[in-house]
Design a protein around this ligand. Structure first.
Ligand code: ADE
Length: 250
């Protein structure tokens, strides 16, 4: 499953070039029976299967030991689960500061709770919906972590300009041709005036966030300059709306 991460794009390149190390531990390799059993029926009855504590316990211990040999004494242990703290960019930044991470991707209906008594862990969810396993969420988290490593993106600074890098959504982007089926490019981007371009982008980022994710603005204080840019955006949006009303429906 993880080939999507390790063999493609930004994450694949970063892993191949050694910007980060990634190692996989299959709980089936830590089973003690001939069938390589990793799950069993839940005590108390009910549908689905529960992952056994023992193979995961041994796999986690092996992962921790391997990290310790590399000098990582205190990795953060993360279990991917819909019960966890919701992932956002600030959690990505926080996890990115860890000296090492061990991610646990569960399957089946759940994991024997005693595993978490033996290995206290943080739980992380990628959103309020249920997937059939933690592998995709682990890849989501890894991709978000890897792309912010210095040198992972082709262009230095790209990660700083992403959506959420500054708690705002990203501005719109344009490339050639200058005219596409009668649609032009905002003139502010065509002037060659770097400060003007930066101001336009900031205004669009603020405006989009205000339009689409006002909750993100509620959580932060805007500088005086940002307030002015957002006011200008609102005024332009209002004028555009009035303009299109006056010209009537087409
Ligand atoms: N495992 C299953 N669903 C998940 C989710 N939404 N986030 C993290 N891990 C999960």
């Amino acid at each position: 499953m993880f080939a999507a991460l390790t063999e493609h794009g930004v994450s694949g390149r970063a892993i191949r070039s050694g910007l980060c190390g990634l190692r996989f531990w299959d709980p089936r390799d830590f089973t003690l029976d001939g069938y390589r059993t990793v799950d069993d029926r839940p005590f108390g009855g009910g549908p689905g299967m529960v992952m056994l504590a023992e193979p995961l316990d041994l796999a986690l211990t092996a992962a921790k030991t391997a990290l310790r040999r590399k000098g990582v004494e205190r990795p953060r242990l993360i279990s991917l689960s819909p019960q966890g703290r919701r992932l956002d960019q600030s959690l990505v930044e926080d996890l990115g500061r860890a000296e090492g991470l061990v991610l646990l991707a569960g399957r089946y209906e759940g994991i024997d709770e005693r595993l978490f008594q033996r290995h206290p862990m943080e739980e992380v969810s990628i959103g309020d919906y249920v997937l059939s396993g933690g592998e995709l969420p682990a890849m989501v988290l890894l991709d978000a972590l890897i792309r912010r490593l210095p040198g992972a993106l082709g262009h230095a600074g790209s990660a700083n300009e992403d959506s959420f890098a500054d708690g705002l959504l990203d501005c719109p982007h344009y490339t050639r041709p200058e005219q596409y089926l009668g649609l032009g490019v905002p003139p502010e981007l065509m002037t060659g005036n770097h400060a003007g371009v930066a101001r336009w982008r900031r205004k669009q980022a603020l405006g989009r966030t205000w339009q689409r994710r006002p909750d993100l603005l509620d959580r932060r204080r805007l500088s005086r300059e940002d307030e002015d840019l957002l006011d200008a955006f609102r005024e332009e949006t209002r004028r555009d709306a009035v303009g299109s009303e006056e010209s009537g429906p087409d």
